[in-house]
Design a binder for this molecule. Structure first.
Ligand code: UT7
Length: 328
């Protein structure tokens, strides 16, 4: 069995910013409520001409550059998204073309906010078995186009962005590698967070527009509780699998949905707040992009260093959840 390692990371947040004060003009909310309940101060919103693969492309180019790897070396491309360019073909195929890649497999992975952890897990398996040596994974979302700016419970939360990792086969004596990945799904709780229309269940029609079923709908309080429960539990799984005590973890990079969710997960393990990478104030919830974006930002600002032990954990619609423990 081989091992995979994170060779490079990259991220991109669109230039346009939506502040809490902007949302005050759209719905009955206020800056103080949003900050206190979520920690969010701003979100980045894709320009009208940008589509999800455009955001993904920039993140991927940066990750390839950071890894010192030419795009042509990539053998598999995975895009984690629930807000792809279109239903068909996949955003991964569009992105493959934009990256100038030919004759490599490319597919989308749908696990909502856990999509990046799922992608990391899939990529890790392909490297472990020896099938591929270099894999590009990217979480990319333009979620604002699926948000109802009349629904104060959701519109304050979400933003757009993309984050990518280049995974390569680790040398035999490399101390830095992906130690384990863990995935879960609880379909029985799927109704807590849905985007109803646009699939075979509710195809597009005039009714969709009238009932606004083209937008996300969420039972926030229930999602909150399940997020804390499942992220804590999948973190336990990763630590136990590797027989690593929480104090040996240098950084926790949780899904960036709500500062209070992240703090509750950290409290569960006695992680001090300073060991939690949180950039939710800067971007809100960017779904599958939150973990690679937060990770990359922490690499850029020097918090995450080579050789450190990092615990990633995500939670999302499905309900899905997952974790990964790696030495960077
Ligand atoms: O990737 C996973 C995606 N989703 C999430 O992670 C979301 C998880 N859930 C959350 O982050 C939180 O549940 C929310 C931020 C959505 C809501 O925070 P909360 O502390 O759970 O508030 P709540 O739903 O218990 O509502 C408290 C009050 C309610 O008013 P009443 O009934 O007490 O009068 C809400 O109507 O706050 C009201 N409220 C708001 N007030 C101002 C709900 N949304 C807003 C708002 N501005 N935007």
């Amino acid at each position: 069995m081989y091992r995979s390692r994170v060779a490079g990371t990259g991220s991109y947040l669109p230039e346009k910013v939506l502040l809490n004060s902007d949302l005050e003009k759209l719905v009955d909310t206020n800056d103080q409520w949003i900050r206190e309940r979520t920690g969010i101060e701003r979100r980045h919103i894709a320009a009208d001409h940008q589509i999800t693969s455009d955001l993904a492309l920039i993140a991927c180019q940066k990750a390839l550059q950071a890894a010192g790897i030419a795009a042509e070396q990539v053998e598999l491309l995975i895009v984690a998204t629930v807000t792809g360019d279109q239903v068909m073909p996949s955003t991964a195929c569009v992105l493959q073309n934009k990256l100038g890649l030919k004759n490599i497999p490319a597919f989308d992975l749908s696990a909502a906010c856990s999509g990046f952890i799922y992608s990391l897990s899939v990529a890790d398996q392909f490297i472990k078995t020896g099938q591929y040596k270099t894999i590009l994974i990217v979480g990319a979302e333009i979620i604002h186009r699926f948000v109802n700016y009349e629904d104060r419970e959701t519109c304050i939360l979400f933003g757009d962005g993309a984050g990518a990792f280049v995974l390569t086969r680790a040398e035999e004596n490399d101390a830095n590698y992906v130690m384990s990945t863990h995935m879960r799904a609880e379909g029985a709780l799927g109704e807590l967070f849905v985007l109803p229309a646009g699939g075979s269940k509710i195809p597009f029609s005039q009714d969709v527009l009238e009932n606004k079923t083209q937008f996300v709908k969420m039972k926030g309080r229930e999602i909150f509780k399940n997020a804390v429960r499942t992220m804590s539990s999948t973190c336990h799984e990763a630590l136990e699998k590797n027989q690593i005590a929480p104090e040996k973890v240098d950084w926790l990079v949780p899904h960036q949905a709500n500062m209070r969710i992240m703090e509750a997960v950290a409290d569960h393990f006695g992680f001090p707040k300073e060991k939690v990478i949180s950039v939710v104030h800067e971007m809100g919830n960017t779904s599958a992009a939150t973990i690679p974006v937060a990770f990359d930002m922490a690499v850029q600002d020097g918090r995450i260093q080579r050789g450190q032990t990092i615990l990633l954990t995500a939670f999302g619609a499905g309900l899905t959840a997952g974790s990964a423990l790696l030495r960077y």
